[in-house]
Design a protein around this ligand. Structure first.
Ligand SMILES: NC(=O)c1ccc[n+]([C@@H]2O[C@H](COP(=O)([O-])OP(=O)(O)OC[C@H]3O[C@@H](n4cnc5c(N)ncnc54)[C@H](O)[C@@H]3O)[C@@H](O)[C@H]2O)c1
Ligand SMILES: NCCCC=O
Length: 485
């Protein structure tokens, strides 16, 4: 393969790589070939303890530094990340199977954006002066303490940075546990942060599956938990965090609607639906997997969609001309195949795809079902793979009600040339991250996150500061204290 994917050790704690070979072995599999590309060990209780104690020790001093000093380190890390974009992209491709045509432009890039953005904010995290007649008060924005980040496998570098950057900017320490499926990239984020001058202990990366995550969430020395993952995991983590009244951010799953009206620019709408269903081989939380298309343009939409899908270049994700790679794992592919079988059994019309691509790796065809109805399993459950469900509609009020008829609320999109309708419809869709004549843009400047079962809190933007800090209020009496006795 010619690229060394085996890290120096499994964990990065207190400023250095450390190993404890008594932890269970984790094999990292390259999704494009099925080959084992690294062997790591799960964190043992000793590794977890070291991550917690070093994080708490380092945090007290970090919180006492000036915000601009903290920010300078984060911005330096952003620069290093950009300089190493190519190598980081190759690693991300090995970790996830996503094609280089994506990882070169999205993953380390959006991680660097977060480090730069929150580095820039770090010096301006101030409180308020509050006049109270003759007295006055003030507020101080303080860090929470020790934060735990738990990552999903679809965006390992991005998730490590989206959680780490605001946490560190606010003066917290972070222990990040990547997904056990994609453990490699977060180690590079830790390396870069420390190379940029981050004091040891402030960004620790430890490996493992749910057990390690559970131990971190349940530890009373942890003040905040930020999870990116599925709704069932979110419910468990939220409940455990509630035991200790810890702060939480929950970035969870979705089954988002994308509504295409009859006046939409057809090619743009098809492009949005492709981005919202097949980017990262469909493994994007905010995907618009329920595509409601106005009946009058449905066949034209499907024809154009099938034409454009026919030109997808599926293959070796390291080939920069490839734009559709394998799924992350064999087990995730099996889950998706099971949904495809359910779609067929329930009578949805298979427009294209639907099969495994023979050969090495976990490849599956981009798949489109039409004539999907609201009650079908493929229209109700998150598939997290390249499967688009196209549903018909004729009436605006009806499609809004149907789009909202889900327990999820992560994203929603609308394609129309009618500007009033665009805002009217988006205003009624129950979702945290919405798009007009576009899909799946996630710039660091905009809040990202879901409503309903899709999440709690928001990542990115100035809003994320509120989720990694708390306010202390101070009342200042200028005169004498009048007590009743
Ligand atoms: N909203 C978002 O921003 C966003 C982004 C990416 C992925 N996702 C969602 O993530 C899911 C796919 O990712 P996944 O399969 O890795 O999710 P997952 O829920 O299986 O795992 C997420 C993380 O939680 C850890 N974990 C599992 N059980 C735990 C427990 N009891 N206590 C503590 N930690 C535990 C896992 O080890 C992993 O690191 C999809 O549902 C997708 O929609 C959401
Ligand atoms: N690019 C945003 C992806 C977040 C969810 O998977």
């Amino acid at each position: 393969m010619g690229y060394d994917t085996q890290p120096k050790a499994s964990h990065f704690v207190d400023g250095q790589y450390i190993e404890d070979t008594s932890g269970a072995v984790m094999e990292v599999v390259y999704p494009a070939t099925g080959a084992v590309i690294a062997r790591l060990h799960e964190a043992t209780p000793a590794i977890i303890e070291k991550a917690i104690t070093s994080g708490r020790r380092a945090q007290a001093e970090w919180a006492g530094m000036m915000g601009v000093e903290r920010g300078r380190i984060l911005r330096r890390a952003a620069d290093i990340m950009r300089e190493r974009n190519y190598d980081l992209s190759v690693l991300e491709t090995h970790d996830t199977g996503k094609p280089m045509s994506e990882t070169l432009y999205v993953d380390a890039t959006s991680g660097a954006d977060a480090l730069e953005y929150f580095g820039g904010l770090a010096g301006s995290l101030t409180g308020e002066h509050v006049p109270l007649g003759g007295d006055w008060g003030y507020t101080v924005r303080e860090p929470l303490g020790l934060c735990v980040g738990l990552g999903a496998w679809n965006y390992p570098t991005q998730i490590a940075c989206w959680k780490g950057a605001p946490a560190l900017a606010c003066g917290n320490a972070m222990i990040f546990k990547p997904s056990e499926t994609t453990p490699l990239c977060a180690l590079k984020v830790a390396e870069i942060l420390h190379e940029a001058g981050l004091p040891a202990g402030l960004y620790n990366v430890i490996q493992g599956a749910g057990d390690v995550g559970r131990a971190l969430v349940g530890d009373e020395r942890v003040d905040k938990v930020s999870l990116t993952g599925s709704v069932p995991t979110g419910k468990r983590v939220y409940a455990s965090a509630a035991e200790g009244m810890k702060h939480v951010t929950m970035e969870l799953g979705g089954k988002s609607p994308l509504v295409v009206f009859e006046d939409a620019d057809l090619d743009n709408a098809v492009g949005g639906a492709i981005l919202g269903n097949f980017y990262s081989t469909g493994q994007v939380c905010s995907n618009g997997t329920r595509v409601f298309v106005h009946k009058s343009i449905k066949e034209a939409f499907l024809k154009r969609l099938a034409e454009r899908l026919g030109s997808a270049k599926i293959g070796d994700p390291l080939d920069e001309t490839v734009n559709f790679g394998p799924m992350v794992s064999s087990s995730q592919r099996d889950i998706v195949l099971d949904y495809i079988a359910k779609g067929k059994a329930e009578g949805a019309r298979l427009v294209c795809g639907g099969s495994v691509i023979a050969g090495d790796g976990f490849y599956i065809q981009p798949t489109v079902f039409a004539d999907v109805t609201d009650d079908m399993v493929i229209a109700r459950e998150e598939i997290f793979g390249p499967v688009m469900a196209v549903l018909d509609f004729e009436d605006e009020a009806d499609v809004i009600a149907r789009a909202n008829n889900t327990e999820y609320g992560l994203s929603a999109g609308v394609f129309t040339r009618d500007i009033s309708r665009a805002h009217r419809v988006i205003g009624q869709l129950q979702a945290g991250s919405c798009f007009i004549n576009s899909y799946n843009d996630a710039p660091v400047e905009l809040p990202f996150g879901g409503s309903k079962l899709s999440g709690v809190g928001r990542e990115n933007s100035k809003t994320a500061i509120e989720h990694y800090s708390q306010l202390k209020s101070v009342y200042v009496r200028m005169g004498d204290v009048e007590a009743p006795f």
